[in-house]
Design a protein around this ligand. Structure first.
Ligand code: PEP
Length: 244
């Protein structure tokens, strides 16, 4: 399994930030892991010119039509991107996206030949109530389409309370959750589930990356804030390359 490190620039970045990507592309042109940056739609074409793998942050479930302001998976592919994130908690919260919609966006991504990074995660209240696994298993049941394979889909576990907060679960908690996610994927998808990449996301930074990447069933990370500057993201890429 080739590991994956994905940056998520969210609603950040203008052309003045492209040198960050050129620097990253230069530092990691021979990377032994997949390195992807999911940028704002306005920059994707120019980001693709850096030679780095590029992703969108969302797509509409339809291929085209009267959906003002939305972007289809085909349009994302057309920029030169090969990935798309779906189901990020900020989409689920800000745009009231539910699992059924995320499932249809996943299929749209596949149909455009995009690799889908599908996000799941529990709220802080659900975490405190001991509901984490119930929430995650239900999200996977309803948002991962049956045709998911290791080649077309990566699952990102992102505790919502860890995103952008500086908080992270303990290594043991991450390992326990990822073991349960792997068991679910194997049970549902067999060998494809065993080979599907599982990312951790939520306040990953250079100082905690190696400990997180050392955990079983952590096959990479989805990184928000620390992906904006090459100097912050590059050591995380290197930590993943150096992980066993
Ligand atoms: C994210 O938005 O997917 C994320 C993990 O953000 P951060 O790394 O900033 O917590």
């Amino acid at each position: 399994m080739r590991k994956l490190i994905a940056g998520n620039w969210k609603m950040n970045g203008t052309k003045a930030d492209l040198p960050q990507l050129h620097a990253l592309a230069e530092s990691h042109k021979d990377a032994t892991v997949d390195v992807v940056i999911s940028g704002p739609a306005t920059l994707l074409s120019r980001m693709a010119e850096t030679g780095l793998a590029i992703g969108g942050q969302d797509c509409h479930p339809s291929t085209s039509g009267a959906h003002t302001g939305d972007i289809s998976a085909d349009m994302i592919k057309d920029t030169g991107a090969d990935y798309v994130i779906v189901g990020h908690s900020e989409r689920r919260t800000d745009h009231t996206e539910d699992d059924a919609l995320i499932s249809s966006k996943t299929v749209a991504g596949w149909n455009a030949d995009l690799h889908v990074i599908l996000c799941i995660g529990e709220t802080e209240a659900q975490y405190r109530d001991g509901e984490t696994l119930n929430v995650l298993l239900a999200q996977m049941d309803h948002s991962i389409p049956n045709a998911a394979t290791a080649a077309n889909t990566t699952i990102a576990y992102e505790p919502i309370w860890a995103i952008g907060t500086g908080l992270t679960p303990t290594p043991q908690e991450i390992a326990d959750v990822h073991a349960a996610l792997r068991a679910y994927l194997v049970d549902r998808f067999g060998g494809e589930g065993a080979a599907m990449r599982l990312l951790y996301g939520g306040s990953v930074k250079a100082s905690n990356a190696a400990d997180i990447f050392a955990l079983d069933n952590v096959n990479g990370a989805l990184v928000g804030g620390a992906s904006l500057k090459a100097a912050d993201f590059s050591p995380i890429v290197t930590a993943l390359e150096q992980s066993a």
